[in-house]
Ligand binder design. Structure first.
Ligand code: ADP
Ligand code: MG
Length: 721
């Protein structure tokens, strides 16, 4: 009897690592599920997701129990090659080499022509066809045979390679047997070689198209130059490899060059074109202190920039990573397609065998029965099914990135088109978030300059745009605000601090009232009022106005033309919120919503809209509301691109991106639907036709190759969506 050690207790949150593997040799959805199955069987692997369009597997595993080498071994046992992911951007596989295709076509075409047209033919010609088609099948088609063999060796199972290899070999072997044994042989040598040639052609075209699907992310990754001029201590600039730049180095960017890393301008002034990063086509003027994002193009002047983030930490690298992750993610619908194709291959083998047997039983000649069985094998491969969704997602996510929209995953892209209402935050979203003081109304006996001074002092610690507006006005008036003590800020309310030994409050009417002070009822104003109290007594109010973004009204209009309602949720008072809403064309307004009430507001509006809702806000203040919505859309600069809560991040401060995201999403979903429909229909019509003897194996091979190419090409249309 063998004793086995008791299983070690493991913490619930087992250590988890993720690795990306580059996979070679995948051709269809059946390959995807097969590799996933083999990977998941490895001890310690918790999840494995394979993407046909990127040729990549992402595996989550417990590093204590599994190692990357074991994962690679599992992929190899499944019949494919794997290696740890290259650092190069994926997005799609490189286009496949055309050598085998050219060879197969050169030899296969004469075989096809002779086989079809020269009848009856002498035995010598038969032997020539026999030899030529053998070369095509066994040599140029060796990848199918090797793949099928691998799959068989590694514990049975069949892949698309099995179907092609079996089909072409069966036709050839039958013909060979006829040639050897029959007096008047009826051969089908052209069948096998034509199948191999056509499928090779299909794979080649599909591979080329697939590699184009990754163009957008490759363009992004190639934005950063490979070398840069680093300014040394003595002021001389030296050409340096970008990989060797360190944080703190000063880099000189001449006109026409691209920023190699992220940084802050230390001297010089120039306009930078960030269009490839944000989609914004107007160059932005940058002077000392301005943030420069790696990858942006310097147009006119020379700039010296101090590096603040390099390598994987730079914004561009982060964006590329996010786009790649999104491209590799699968929407739920694809998981279904993958599951179907997993059981597909065995079923097809059974259908094919039955076809052969039934036709024989119906007294059809063996050669004809075999042709029909081969046609079933060839037509049934679920290639197109596996490519239907991932190619559309890759192209769609890439297109979004080139429009300045970062999509977190396939799901976000898919659901954006379904929303029935878009909820907007006010400050910083519909408005620019740059407040200007328009009026200072002191309480009787209060000096207006003093009112501004104490308010500015109290606001010094606040990050709120209102605080910045008040401080800016104080600076304009030449006031020097004393430093506050004991500063406290209440989000969505106001601030409270000790100025020159007295307590000063500045905030909304509610904020003051909750602290026992009455604020005047001036609700009807369309300006935001900040009420100030000093030592427990109301001291006056400061009115501020925020500019509405130029893009706001147009964005709301575009949404309503798409049949989507808009709503405004704001912490500001009713009068201001309604004024902004009226001016941009929003009907539904919820005012005086505290920050933690915004989540509840999202839920309430979703019930009213009776459909999914999107929330548009800034990724920092509105994170909870963004996460609560079906689609969170963050308005951000490229610098804080990776907003966790947002499904979509608009890199450009332009609300038109919201409608654009909806339109793109709808197009992507439409393309996925078309792809899945055709892929299913193709098999649903093709298999019965083939089994009924209505489809020659060569036509089947052509249709099969065509269906994959058609699906990928359809997805590529999204490049211009
Ligand atoms: P929004 O939802 O429009 O982005 P907030 O939730 O940030 O607005 O703020 C709501 C209200 O709280 C503001 O309109 C203002 O009256 C008050 N408030 C918030 N922060 C401050 C501050 N630092 N100073 C003065 N008032 C503030
Ligand atoms: Mg806000």
């Amino acid at each position: 009897m063998k004793l086995s050690a008791p299983p070690e207790p493991r913490s619930i949150a087992a250590a988890c690592a993720t690795v990306d593997l580059d996979i070679e040799g995948m051709h269809c959805a059946a390959c995807v599920t097969r590799i996933e199955k083999f990977l998941k069987r490895v001890d310690g692997v918790s999840d494995a997701s394979v993407n046909l369009a990127t040729n990549r597997a992402r595996v989550s595993y417990d590093p204590g129990r599994a190692a990357p080498a074991a994962l690679i071994g599992a992929v190899e046992r499944a019949g494919y090659q794997a290696q740890p992911r290259h650092d190069s951007p994926a997005g799609a596989a490189a286009a496949p080499p055309a050598r085998d295709l050219i060879g197969a076509a050169l030899l296969g075409t004469p075989v096809l022509v002779v086989g079809m047209l020269w009848q009856p033919r002498p035995v010598a010609a038969e032997w020539l066809l026999c030899a030529a088609s053998a070369v095509v099948i066994l040599y140029f088609g060796r990848s199918f045979i090797a793949g099928a063999w691998q799959a068989l060796k590694s514990g049975g199972g069949a892949t698309m390679d099995t179907l092609i290899a079996l089909g072409s070999l069966a036709a050839w072997l039958y013909s060979f047997a006829e040639l050897v044994a029959a007096r008047r042989p009826q051969t089908y040598f052209e069948t096998g070689s034509t199948i191999v040639t056509l499928i090779l052609m299909g794979r080649y075209l599909e591979g080329r198209a697939r590699s184009r699907a990754g163009d957008a992310v490759r363009a992004l990754a190639n934005l950063a130059p490979k070398t840069a001029l680093v300014v040394r201590g003595d002021g001389e600039a030296v050409e340096t490899d970008v990989g060797r730049i360190q944080v703190g180095d000063v880099i000189r960017i001449r006109p026409g060059e691209k920023a190699p890393v992220d940084g802050v301008v230390v001297s010089g002034s120039s306009a930078l074109d960030e269009s490839l990063l944000t989609g914004e086509s107007v160059p932005v003027v940058k002077e000392q202190g301005a943030i420069v994002v790696g990858g942006s193009l310097n147009t006119t002047g020379s700039l010296d920039v101090r590096a603040t983030a390099v390598g994987a930490h730079a914004v561009l690298a982060t964006i590329v990573r996010l786009v790649e992750n999104a491209q590799a993610s699968k929407p739920p619908v694809q998981r279904l397609a993958d599951r179907i194709s997993a059981i597909f291959v065995p079923i097809v083998l059974a259908v094919s065998a039955s076809t052969f047997v039934i036709w024989l039983a119906l007294r059809a000649p063996a050669g004809i029965a075999l042709q029909d069985a081969v046609a079933v094998l060839v037509i049934a491969c679920p290639c197109a099914l596996g490519l239907a969704t991932p190619t559309a997602i890759i192209v769609g996510v890439g297109r979004a990135a080139s429009l300045g929209m970062l999509v977190r995953d396939a799901q976000a892209l898919e659901s954006a088109g379904r929303v029935s209402m878009v909820i907007f935050d006010k400050t910083g979203t519909l408005t620019e978030g740059r407040f200007e003081v328009t009026d200072i109304v002191p309480a009787s006996g209060m000096d207006p300059r003093r009112l501004l001074a104490i308010a500015a002092a109290a606001e010094q610690g606040s990050e709120h745009p209102i605080a910045k507006g008040i401080l800016a006005r104080a600076v304009d008036e030449g006031l020097s605000a004393p430093a506050p003590a004991r500063f406290r800020s209440v989000t969505g309310g106001g601030v409270c601090a000790e100025v020159d030994g007295v307590e000063v409050l500045a905030g909304s009417a509610d904020f003051l009232e909750q602290r026992g002070m009455a604020a005047p009822a001036t609700e009807s104003s369309a300006e935001t009022l900040v009420h100030v109290a000093e030592a427990g007594r109301y001291a006056g109010s400061i009115a501020l106005k925020d500019r509405i973004r130029d893009s706001s009204a147009g964005a709301i209009d575009a949404l309503s033309r798409l049949g989507i309602a808009s709503a405004l949720v704001s912490g500001d008072v009713e009068a201001v919120a309604s004024d902004v809403a009226a001016r941009v064309g929003i009907g539904t307004v919820m005012a005086q919503v505290k920050p933690d009430g915004k989540v509840e507001a999202v839920h309430q509006l979703r019930r009213e809209a009776a459909g999914p809702v999107a929330m548009v806000g800034d990724g920092v203040n509105d994170a909870a509301a963004l996460a609560a919505a079906d689609v969170g859309i963050a308005m951000g600069a490229a610098a804080d691109a990776a907003s966790e809560a947002a499904g979509i991040t608009l890199l450009r401060a332009d609300l038109a991106g919201v409608a654009r995201a909806v339109v793109l999403s709808r197009r992507v979903v439409a393309v996925i639907r078309q792809n899945l429909f055709w892929a299913f229909a193709f098999n649903a019509i093709g298999i019965p036709l083939a089994a009924a003897g209505r489809l020659s194996p060569m036509i089947a091979a052509f249709a099969m190759a065509f269906s994959s190419v058609a699906v990928v090409s359809n997805s590529l249309r999204l490049k211009n969506a």
